[in-house]
Design a binder for this molecule. Structure first.
Ligand SMILES: [Zn+2]
Ligand SMILES: [Zn+2]
Length: 302
């Protein structure tokens, strides 16, 4: 970490985490509580790659399973059934359990090294890890850019994964559940997790390489929001208050659930524009629009 922004006492450094925290608090009153917690963690670990690796992997697991849990509970409450998009298909406990097992295996074998490698790679391009944190506004616009970049990567690579041989050998696993549920967001072949994960990890790295302006906290918030997006898109639930009713270009569960049900179309992750512009939208409404267009064209040519 860039310790030039931190002041320490000249005497010996404390050995415990809270000792570090107290020491940093004493000499850096300008920092807020979270910045002190953060600085103490990196100072305590004394190894940035290790500090980021442990923190980000733990965070990823907590958010992944933490965010899936409410959907598991909702599946058990009959009152929510009317909001389930494919309401005949509530996942069984057995299905959820075998799904969680495969997800855990790929987290430890594929995502862990990817998460671990992120820090040294981004640091090479000038990633900032020190305190103070960047402003909320800066984090917000950078994350908005990552969403757009990731969605583009996701659209093209996911569409490619639906090409015969790639589908058969890689993507078929993810399509095992034609009615998805939260936990199934990362239920996929390790190769797929690697390919699609590249969009999530390399968008900020690209940004950092070009602008030299990225703080790792922005990366953390981005990963959390991206996980929320992926899990919610697989939840199988569509509510009157779902985000896409207010932001018409937001994909949401409505968009991705149809992809699982029909196996074709709706390839993007967060937004609807790629599928709209390239005419790969799926579902009865899109089919109807396509038919109408064809009819109009045929009438015109007569
Ligand atoms: Zn697919
Ligand atoms: Zn999916």
């Amino acid at each position: 970490m860039n310790s030039s922004t931190l002041s320490f006492a000249a005497s010996s450094t404390p050995e415990t985490y809270w000792g570090q925290f107290e020491e940093i608090s004493k000499y850096n009153v300008q920092l807020n509580f979270f910045e002190r917690l953060w600085a103490a963690w990196y100072a305590f670990m004394g190894n940035d790659v290790l500090a980021t690796g442990i923190l980000s992997f733990t965070m990823h697991e907590l958010v992944y399973f933490g965010r899936s849990l409410p959907w598991i509970i909702i599946d058990c409450i009959p009152a929510f059934n009317k909001y389930k998009i494919q309401n005949q298909k509530i996942p069984t406990a057995q299905e959820q359990w075998s799904c969680a097992k495969l997800v855990l295996i790929s987290h430890f074998t594929v995502e862990l090294p990817q998460i671990w490698l992120f820090h040294p790679m981004a640091q090479y391009f000038g990633l900032e890890t020190g305190v103070p944190f960047p402003s909320i506004l800066k984090m917000a616009y950078q994350i908005a850019i990552f969403f757009v970049l990731e969605d583009t990567w996701h659209y093209w690579s996911h569409r490619a994964l639906h090409w015969g041989p790639l589908y058969k050998h890689i993507h078929k696993i993810h399509h095992q559940y034609s009615a998805p549920f939260g936990l199934a967001a990362e239920y996929a072949s390790p190769i797929e997790v690697m390919i699609l994960g590249l969009g999530t990890v390399s968008s900020p790295i690209l940004w950092c390489a070009f602008t030299k302006d990225l703080h790792i906290l922005t990366m953390y918030v981005w990963i959390v929001l991206r996980l929320f997006q992926a899990i919610d898109a697989h939840s199988g639930y569509e509510f009157p208050w779902s985000l896409h009713h207010f932001l018409p270009f937001w994909a949401g569960a409505d968009h991705h659930d149809t992809h699982h049900e029909r196996f074709i179309g709706n390839y993007s992750s967060s937004f609807r524009w790629w599928d709209y512009v390239l005419d790969t939208e799926s579902g009865p409404e899109a089919t109807k629009r396509r038919r109408e267009r064809k009819l109009a064209k045929a009438q015109k040519s007569q």
